[in-house]
Write a protein that binds this ligand. Structure first.
Ligand SMILES: [Zn+2]
Length: 151
């Protein structure tokens, strides 16, 4: 079994009596933005979306409310539903772990999070999903906005 097969319940068991379960956002971003960006180059966005979608499908959340709670519990960010219909769901995420506070680099960077939302919503609703990040600190916004098309 490779480490990619580990389940959330298994990686959740950290033995860190002094340091606890939280890590600095900087460490996460070193891996998530700089590391992945250097490793995968121009294809990192598509790759991270695919990874996020696979993870989203395996989270085990059963309702949209559970997904929103998980996003906040894992400190991915603070989600707020902007619009929800049977064709489209728009969610804003404040204080995003990946991008909040980064400079405007002219592109969105939260591809993993977009994939996660697509995968989880697809599983919950039993529909095809395509999620696009339409606002991001990476392109000068002060919030991330994810638009999910349902089909
Ligand atoms: Zn973002």
């Amino acid at each position: 079994m490779g480490f990619g097969e580990l389940k959330i319940s298994e990686i959740d068991k950290s033995e860190r009596k002094k340091l606890g379960v939280d890590i600095p956002v900087t460490l996460f971003r070193l891996i998530r933005l700089i590391g992945m960006g250097k490793l995968l180059g121009d294809s990192s966005g598509a790759a991270l979306y695919t990874v996020g979608k696979t993870v989203g499908e395996t989270l085990g959340v059963k309702t949209a409310e559970e997904l929103l709670k998980l996003v906040e519990d894992l400190k991915i960010g603070i989600p707020k539903v902007v619009e929800m219909s049977d064709k489209r769901i728009i969610v804003d995420v404040f204080e995003c772990v990946t991008c909040s506070g980064i400079p405007n680099i002219g592109e969105v960077v939260c591809h993993f999070e977009a994939g996660l939302i697509a995968g989880a919503l697809g599983k919950i609703l039993g529909k095809g999903t395509k999620t696009t990040e339409t606002k991001c600190w990476g392109k000068g916004d002060k919030v991330c906005e994810f638009e999910t098309l349902l089909f």
